[in-house]
Design a protein around this ligand. Structure first.
Ligand code: SAM
Length: 461
């Protein structure tokens, strides 16, 4: 039984009236559902599990397994994501057409919503995934590389710097830092951090973030705002403030009544855990009405961005046949549609952590591949020799243990589990070097566990 803060309970009673008992009971005495979203570009078959109805390729698991044991999660074949927050999928599908867009995810780490956005955006779109806290932007980059998200630029900037890109984006998501009331059930410890003062501070910060990025949204562009909290000071009141002060109007999100979402008062939608199979969540959709004239891109090209020498292009085309290439900060990067101009502009205005697919660098004529290349959906089958690992061997690989695979060829090998890339291994005269990134390695002990007792989502497919 979770001990909920008294003032929080009083607020819920004021907000929900007679329904509040059911709602508070659901928080304190029912289990949190476990849900995942599949990367359908990596997993060709969907699991036989109960679907999350408001999000494509999303499913509930009967209980929480030890996800670290599953090489498929490290390969980016799926992402563990709270079900209510997947309503973003419905919102995006309501506003997007086949026209490519430029979208900004302002508060993006660890990256659940960015991976969802990357799966939904029309071809040729560009996603800027930003996280102000540097250590968290590394995690964001890891998640997006595993997902093999196309045409994505990971940045680490304060919202005020993003706001300088006048009228640049067609759509902005602010998944705001909040008081986290919606997570009390999943993480009872978080009740101890909650206070009315914290709610007030969150509200001020949310307004600051929105005001800071507002200039970057084009006139007629969409703002999607979400939190994982229930109180109206961080939700409806913020939306009212944006409409009245910054200039926007609400677009109603179309949902099926049987999904259980509750209309906000009057803005947005709430997920309450006694009605929706998920945690507490709030989401609203606004369209900008204030006028906003885009500033012209500078025609000065960024010094960091260069053409790839012609003789290298054919080698690169063998590996990644459908992509375009640039040299960015002395590394080859690839993308599905030409985004040189956008990258050049952003490079002169923001702190860019990574842009596009990092392919590698040439040393003499040898391509030293980046880890992201092993995880890419675009990597042509057969261009690197494979090393196929069993479940247990994959976990040793992910721990960065020394492995002795059977291969007579020297050079870079693509390590795979169930046909999906996990990373690189370099073979040299009978010795093999496990090139899995040090910062990503798993700590788990695996010696004692029998292979058939290890969890993998593959079991449900
Ligand atoms: N969108 C993420 C996802 O789906 O995985 C979760 C985002 S979390 C709710 C909010 C994020 O906002 C955190 O990563 C936090 O570091 C970041 N943040 C905190 N203070 C911020 C600020 N003043 N401006 C912008 N972002 C901030």
């Amino acid at each position: 039984m979770i001990k909920l803060p008294v003032a929080f309970k009083e607020n819920i009673v004021a907000q929900l009236g007679a329904e509040s008992h059911e709602m508070l009971d659901a928080i304190s005495s029912t289990a949190s559902p476990v849900s995942i979203r599949i990367n359908s570009k990596k997993l060709k078959h969907l699991p036989k599990l109960e679907a999350v109805p408001w999000c494509k390729d999303a499913f509930y698991l009967p209980q929480r397994p030890l996800f670290t044991q599953d090489p498929l999660i490290h390969a980016g074949a799926y992402y563990v994501q709270e079900a209510s927050s997947m309503l973003l999928d419905t919102v995006l599908r309501q506003i997007l057409s086949e026209e490519p867009v430029k979208m900004l995810d302002v508060c993006a780490a660890p990256g659940g919503k960015s991976t969802l956005i990357a799966s939904v955006l029309p071809e040729g779109s560009i996603l800027v995934a930003n996280e102000v806290i540097k250590s968290r932007s590394n995690i964001l980059l890891e998640i997006l590389q595993k997902w093999s998200a196309d045409n994505t630029i990971v940045t680490s900037n304060d919202p005020s710097q993003l706001g300088k890109l006048t009228a640049f984006f067609d759509c902005i998501l602010v998944d705001a830092p909040c008081s986290g009331e919606g997570l009390f059930r999943k993480d009872p410890e978080s009740c101890n951090q909650w206070s009315e003062e914290a709610v007030h501070l969150c509200m001020q910060r949310q307004k600051r973030i929105l005001a800071d990025v507002w200039q970057a949204l084009s006139e007629g562009g969409y703002l999607i705002y979400s939190t994982c909290t229930y109180n109206s000071s961080e939700n409806e009141e913020i939306m009212q403030w944006v409409c009245e002060t910054l200039g926007a109007e609400e677009i109603k999100i179309k949902v099926h009544p049987e999904w259980g979402f509750t209309q906000g008062n009057p803005y947005g939608l709430h997920a309450f855990p006694h009605k929706v199979k998920g945690e507490g969540f709030y989401i609203a959709l606004l369209q900008k009405t204030a006028t906003n004239h885009p500033s012209k891109y500078s025609n000065r090209f960024s010094k960091n961005l260069n053409q790839v020498p012609k003789e290298k292009i054919s080698a690169l085309k063998n590996i990644l046949p459908n992509l375009l290439f640039s040299e960015y900060r002395n590394k080859i990067v690839a993308y599905t549609h030409d985004f040189k101009e956008v990258l050049s502009y952003l490079d002169q205005n923001l702190y860019i952590q990574e842009a596009g697919l990092s392919v590698g660098t040439f040393i003499h004529n040898e391509l030293i591949p980046e880890h992201a290349l092993a995880l890419s959906n675009h990597l042509q089958v057969g261009t690197f020799p494979n090393i196929l690992l069993s479940h247990k061997e994959s976990l040793h690989y992910l721990r960065k243990d020394v492995l002795h695979p059977q291969s007579n060829t020297n050079g870079w090998h693509l390590v795979q589990f169930n046909g999906i890339g996990l990373g690189w291994m370099k073979q040299l005269q009978g010795r093999s070097n496990n090139a899995y990134p040090k910062n990503w390695r798993i700590q788990m002990e695996i010696k004692q566990v029998e292979e058939e007792n290890l969890f993998s989502l593959g079991r449900f497919i």
